[in-house]
Write a protein of this length. Sequence first.
Length: 224
Amino acid sequence: MELESELRALAAEIEWPATPALRPELAPRRHATWRARPIALALAIVAVAVAAAFAVPQSRGAILRIIGLGAVHVEFVDHLPSAQERPLSANLGSPISAAVARSMLGRAPLQPRLSPAPTFHATEGVVSLLFLHEGHPVLLSELARRGSPTLKKVALASTNVRWVRVGNDPAIWMAGGRHVVVFPHAAARLAGHVLIWQDGDLTLRLESAELTLRDALALAARIH
């Protein structure tokens, strides 16, 4: 890889200071100090180089080709697969009761406290519900990690992907560059801004083209 070659070349250019002449009784302690300094310097330079590489979308895409959280996998590619923009209400599956959703997920499904409560839908192991936030549609999808199909997302290196937290739970925020979502046994479609997080063995995915990260985290905090 280009990054590895560049780091090796950078390490080769570091000037290592010569060990000075020391008095015998002080030599062991001072020798260790002198050796530690160039090693620490080299590690710091490598850390800065790696951080700089991750800051560049093209390098990040080359380093992190796949990341995952629970039942969702995100793959970075150079070119998105063929996909169309469809409404969030498309292909959600048949309406189901909360009891059926519980049976599918192995636990009570999570939902925002709204009146009237949104209707649950299910298809191929994914429980979804659609609701409005400030007049815009928002899709919440839930997957049980054990025994469930994987929900795949395909993104360009230019897509903004950040690790965040929903409370104490790890989460991934995806925005900026377009990306594609592939639900199990469904046609690929272009996706809006997305927050993905874990709640025990449940993976949750919140999507809306109008969501900001602040809005998404506030909504996620209200989903119980």
